[in-house]
Write a protein that binds this ligand. Structure first.
Ligand code: GLC
Length: 525
């Protein structure tokens, strides 16, 4: 495969590596770069176009690495910068691009900037953050009542009596993006990684950077004080100029949680980000009408700005979709905690297989979260005392269940992930979900993903159009002779006439498509 194609992000298959949980080579129970390099063949055989690497920088790990203490190095738990460079080179040699994760909204409280700011109220670094006096007579009330992104409060008091803002944990102080030094620093960090050959940047919490300096409360009919402020677009315009200065094949991919699709699409205007994760699709119910509306909404919003859509089913922050789709309520939102509600993993797995064919044939780029190709479900049986996620305790939901180390080989935990005890426990039932157990089994999730990605590469998908079939199915074509049909109804439906089956997510019932099953078809007339 050639890495020369420009605009590769428009239709790439991008695999998210969560480095703590991919593979551990040094036997400390936590995944590392050496482990990723040793198992790069898995990604080559899967056929992905790019890897998005969740943060691997030095970090006290208050938020699993999303609290970065130094953006120009690698945490020793993962390895070294030299190893990271070797991985970038080896991935490129295997035809796989590399995307790194940049977290601009906040840094670690252990970052030298924050330490300097705490040590001396007159330090210039003080202005890189949001230090404010408290309210009330003694200044002992927080400057605002803003609710944090993980729930809870957003201000912490320092020994000198002032307060600093953190939309996430106290170990993640928010940066002041009105300060030119902050902007210059991140521009330099982008260049640091582009200079090392990375092909893209995933931008964490991309809509949160700017804050209204008047610090008003969050009120229903007033502009939001820290979400999606207009000024943030200027930051991304400057980042786009930097990306473009590298020859036009470096991509910026935003994590933009935004219910209003028009506001979302603003981030994807031609001089801003190249792509953004489609959380509307991720959270959508397993329902043909809602799913169809979501696809329409997505395509319409992206077409308006000329950006490619993305299709995302899972990531390291959300309940794995095998579990979500096995529940009665198949939606996802952080405000709707469904932990512990009954799950039918058989139904969830069947739907996840169908969703794989759906997400790999809709127009745009498809994101795969590590382990989804193995059909992993959420580990809902982690004892709370083993939880590491700071969201637990603030929102009553832990993201650890979707971050469990991958099962590679063997019949029992740790399934070849490590020689030690994995940092989170793996379900014993994953013995059937190891990469080894699934390889060569035509009915496995892994072989479904491999076949679908290989077929997607061979097809030259073109224009998207809905097919008029039973309203309980989702059916569309991509050009003259390729069609995808997903049955989201509870009953079998007839397949269209004049076709042959290219790939099916499960057994067919003659010329009928069973419930929760998808097919890719070659239309013959
Ligand atoms: C993003 C990340 C999440 C992290 C948060 C704070 O949402 O995906 O894992 O906790 O930002 O950086």
């Amino acid at each position: 495969m050639s890495l020369k194609d420009s605009q590769w992000w428009r239709d790439a298959v991008i695999y998210q590596v969560y480095p703590r949980s991919y593979a551990d080579a040094n036997g400390d129970g936590v995944g590392d770069i050496a482990g990723i390099r040793a198992r790069l063949g898995h990604l080559r055989d899967l056929g992905v176009d790019a890897i998005w690497m969740s943060p691997w920088y030095p970090s006290p790990m208050a938020d699993a690495g999303y609290d970065v203490a130094d953006f120009r190095d690698i945490d020793p738990v993962f390895g070294s910068l030299t190893e990271a460079e070797a991985l970038i080179e080896e991935a490129h040699a295997a035809g796989i691009r590399m995307i790194v994760d940049i977290v601009p909204n906040h840094i670690s409280s252990e970052h030298p900037w924050f330490k300097a700011a705490l040590a001396d109220p007159d330090a210039k670094e003080r202005d890189y953050f949001w230090f404010r006096p408290g309210r009330g007579e003694n200044g002992d009330e927080m400057p605002t009542d803003w609710r944090g992104e993980f729930g809870g409060t957003t201000w912490t008091r320092t020994p000198d009596g002032s307060w600093y803002l953190h939309l996430f944990t106290p170990e993640q102080p928010d940066l002041n993006w009105d300060h030119p030094d902050v902007r210059a620093e991140f521009e330099s960090i982008l260049r640091f990684w582009f200079d090392r050959g990375v092909d893209g940047i995933r931008i964490d919490s991309a809509a949160l950077l700017l804050k209204d300096p008047a610090l008003p409360e969050v009120l229903e009919d007033s502009p939001h004080p820290f979400h999606d402020l207009d000024g943030v677009h200027e930051v991304y315009r400057s980042w786009r100029r930097i990306a473009d200065s590298y020859g036009g094949d470096r991509a910026l991919i935003g994590e933009v949680w935004m219910p209003e699709v028009e506001r979302f699409a603003n981030y994807l205007r031609p001089d801003e980000l190249h792509a953004a994760f489609n959380f509307d699709f991720l959270g959508c119910a397993w329902d043909p009408r809602l799913m169809r509306e979501c696809v329409d909404r997505t395509l319409h919003a992206h077409a308006a700005v000329g950006a490619p859509a993305t299709w995302v089913l899972s990531n390291h922050d959300v309940t794995r979709h095998v579990t979500r789709y096995g529940r009665e309520d198949t939606t996802f939102s952080f405000d709707n905690n469904l932990d512990g509600t009954p799950v039918d993993l058989e139904v969830g797995t069947r739907r996840a297989r169908a969703a794989a064919l759906l997400s790999l044939s809709l127009p745009g780029a498809t994101y795969i979260y590590q382990g989804e190709e193995l059909g992993l479900w959420e580990n809902e049986n982690i004892p709370p005392e083993e939880f590491q996620d700071p969201m637990w305790g603030r929102r009553g939901h832990s993201r650890d269940g979707c971050r469990v180390p991958l099962p590679w080989t063997g019949d029992e935990a740790p399934f070849g992930f490590t020689t030690a005890t994995p940092w989170l426990p793996q379900p014993a039932e994953w013995k059937d979900r190891t990469a080894q157990a699934q390889t060569g089994d035509p009915n496995s999730m892994l072989e479904l993903y491999r076949s679908a990605i290989a077929r997607r590469r061979e097809e030259s998908f073109s224009d998207f159009a809905w097919l008029d079939l039973d309203p309980a199915v989702l059916a569309f074509c991509r050009g003259q002779d390729f069609a995808c049909v997903v049955n989201m109804s509870g009953a079998p439906v007839a397949l269209p006439a004049h076709q042959s089956v290219l790939l099916a997510s499960g057994p067919l019932d003659g010329d009928r498509l069973p419930p929760d099953t998808a097919v890719w078809l070659r239309m013959t007339s």
